[in-house]
Design a protein. Sequence first.
Length: 269
Amino acid sequence: MSIPPHNPDGSAGAGDSSHAARIHDQFTQQAERFARSSELHSDAQIRLIVEATAPRPDDESLDVACGPGTVVAAFATRIRRAVGLDTTEAMLNQARALAVQRKLDNAEWYLGDVYRLPFADRSFDIVSCRFAFHHFQEPAEAFFEMARVCRSGGRVVLCDAVASSDPSKAAAFNRMERHRDPSTAEFHPLSFLIDLFGKAGFPPPVIVRFKVSYQRDVLIAKSFPANDDRDALRRMIDELIGNDALETGTAPGGAAFIYPTAVLTAIRP
């Protein structure tokens, strides 16, 4: 496996500080609402991640950018030790509360940087990341860090919404998303995510696709757009729906806005 060397300061690389501040700002604001989002945290969606890795009772898992801890909590019921790492304390507070609510004694939480995971090489049997790669300015470096801490024979699973393979449609979608959530770096086509595995020395990932659906006005209400400009956000979403920029066959007029999403899983050689 080809893992890039760390930088002289010990890091694996990172995005700029202003982008990190945008992530902290967005997810501090979103923490409680995000944790309650049925669109993102349904049992069926979480089960897709867990089952993709075929967890075993003695496994140890790490969820990178764990948010409110739903993936970690699901793994904790199936394996020996489940760890979550996030860059935002407000999100980790939601995760800790979830662990208390579910009486989990094998879940651990870390505040940390996805580009400098505070764990030794080959520490985990399962390494996951869900709905976060579009926030990373250096997605390949984040993926290499995930691969670094995964044991040989372990599983890496990546889940995110995907952009169209048509560059103009992808650009329009990303313009809307950066306005809707200024911490967005870029949503990528499925081919880009597949390539991350190949560049890190993994075999081609197994892919499961599904859709995350929001009513347009619900999505707007749950967002914290740039300059709080919700009118512009509504216009941008309606244009995307009208042009079918996500290629999901959606229709205008307050209809569902659908994010095509993929779960990619592969075994570390």
